[in-house]
Ligand binder design. Sequence first.
Ligand code: TXA
Ligand code: MG
Length: 320
Amino acid sequence: MSETIVGNDLQQAIHLLDNGECVAIPTETVYGLAANALNEEAVLKIFEIKNRPHFDPLIVHTHSINEIEKYVEAIPDWALQLMNKFSPGPITYLLQKKNNIPDLVTSGLNTVAIRIPEHILTLELLRNLSFPLAAPSANPFGYISPTTAFHVKDQLDSKIKYILDGGDCNIGVESTIIGLENNLPTIFRVGGIAVEEIENVIGKVQIRIESSSNPHSPGMLLSHYAPRKPLLFDKVEENLKLNSDKRTGIISFFKKYDAVENENQIQLSPNQNLHEVAKNLFAAMRKLDAANVEIILAEKFPEIGLGRAINDRLKRAAKK
Ligand code: TXA
Ligand code: MG
């Protein structure tokens, strides 16, 4: 295939998706690699382009709660309360699927992961399609998720025809995934909506985010979001000493480290704002992955609000 085109031509994106092709789309979390969720052949292309194993199910994107109703058996009360508060937004619901959702999308599970992304261009796109979009993050399987159109082009060039450019992603980490376990609302991936925010609406929830390399349940492969270079999470001072013979890059909250050259360290938020950290995290990982360093050290962030999702991604990036 020839070079991938990057642009903001909705008609072009609609045309390709209508014809069963994949298009990269912007969302508030990360860029997605989208295709018609009701068309198995189109969905198959997503798995092929990403090199993604078929046992890892996809998230379905729609533009409204009414649309969600077309694809799930029911919207239970806890989910409806969260939808009314947070959707469109960075939260995904695991709900009993209807038969119109192909098994390929859900890897044979009887639940479908479904969400309403909060991005003007993509909402407009979804309103102009007669089907929902299945879309995993638009990166090769296992690598860092893309938060700019350039990141997508960098890795999927010539593998897709079109990238719909909606600018930098505002949230920067993937959506929070919530479903039921033993009939209790349970978070299976921490993400763009904080646990505290969810508990403010529906009360205490369970958290099940530690997982093996065999995610028959909510897809949390341990080694994920990883740069090519080794990343060491937490205990930065200690790791600096242990690796004093290596060229090192550092991802920190706001602190500067004297032992490392300025150009190889990134302070994610000098104002100590976790939203800003989340927004810039993946770009920082990519930058240091491409820099002239041998290893990347990353601080542990406060385990509150978005800090949980940030630490979760760094921990997984470190598990290579
Ligand atoms: O923010 C996001 O959610 C982004 C944007 C593009 O929407 N998408 C995203 O997709 O992060 P992906 O494929 O990278 O991650 C989807 C996760 C996987 O870990 C998958 O295993 C899980 O959702 N998942 C999908 N369907 C599921 C289901 N029925 N039950 C449990 N987990 C499911
Ligand atoms: Mg992903």
